[in-house]
Write a protein that binds this ligand. Sequence first.
Ligand SMILES: *Cc1c(COP(=O)(O)O)cnc(C)c1O
Length: 344
Amino acid sequence: MPPSSLRLTIDRGALAANWCALDALSRGAKTGAAVKADCYGLGVDACVPALRDAGCETFFVAHWSEVAAVARHVPAPQIAVLHGVMSEAECAYAHNSGAVPVINSLDQAALWSASGGSHCHLMIDTGINRLGIAPDEAKDQRIATLAVDILMSHLACADEDSPMNPRQLAALHNVAGLISHQRLSIANSAGIALGADYALDLTRPGLALYGGVPRSELSGLIHPVAQVEAAILQTRTLRSGDTIGYNAIFVASSPMPVGTVAMGYADGFLRIRGPGNAFSHHGRHLPILGKVSMDMVVVDLSAAPDLCAGDWLTVPWDIADAAQQNALSPYEMLTTIGQRLRQS
Ligand SMILES: *Cc1c(COP(=O)(O)O)cnc(C)c1O
């Protein structure tokens, strides 16, 4: 294949350093990694080996379909599948692959046991009301037959100073006295910043590994991991009155140089990120003009009239930048990074 006109560069050193920083904050606890959604859009093949080599031994995915890619880099028993088992086929896949389900309900517990499974992880719902057994189900016989490794819960408001945080932590501690288990876990990235009480035996950061800063305590410790660049496909000079793109929403008020760049919403650069945003070239500011198309966006080259087809521009993808977060959360900014970019 000829070289792509898009590139996603992953700074594996920064990724490893972010994991180590979170591991240091986790004190005595072990630090895992959420690697679901193709490592939040940055690519399993680029990220998982770096996390493994930094010392990570527990990896969380959402779906069974995500297991194989991660298992190319780490032993399958180190992979936990957050959605649990929904069918006999999924139980069989779990047994064959060696990845470990996170059991989320009494029905899932019964299904897993009926398939011959006992070793698993168990999610307790302490208030986010997505997945997990209720605390008052802890004494159910279907739970008693499980051999629980990680007993976990998930915080709803870890990025805020909310009374829900200590309430959820206390609820998990209560349940921990009722269900035998190997390890206890509640903290995501933001939860790690809530302090040592939340680290328990294992932490489960995701966003912060990939450069997101969900709480101010983490700023300065967490560094950007992804850089996205796109090439100029063509340049042209607009005349006064010329328009750009679909629906002709931009009208040139005077002659100006513009460049068409190989980046669009199919690459995760959503339309909502167009207005007010700018690409850049060595610090030169190149505002986006008109609507973002599926595979292209047009930028104002007035600040860089020397640029031509084939030159690379930096795509605005600083996920810690509050201004960009007016349009999308850092989670969305990462996980919408298109497949086409990851292959380049
Ligand atoms: C995604 C996820 C995490 C990681 O959360 P971040 O906010 O990205 O750090 C941890 N635990 C569970 C159960 C998750 O689903």
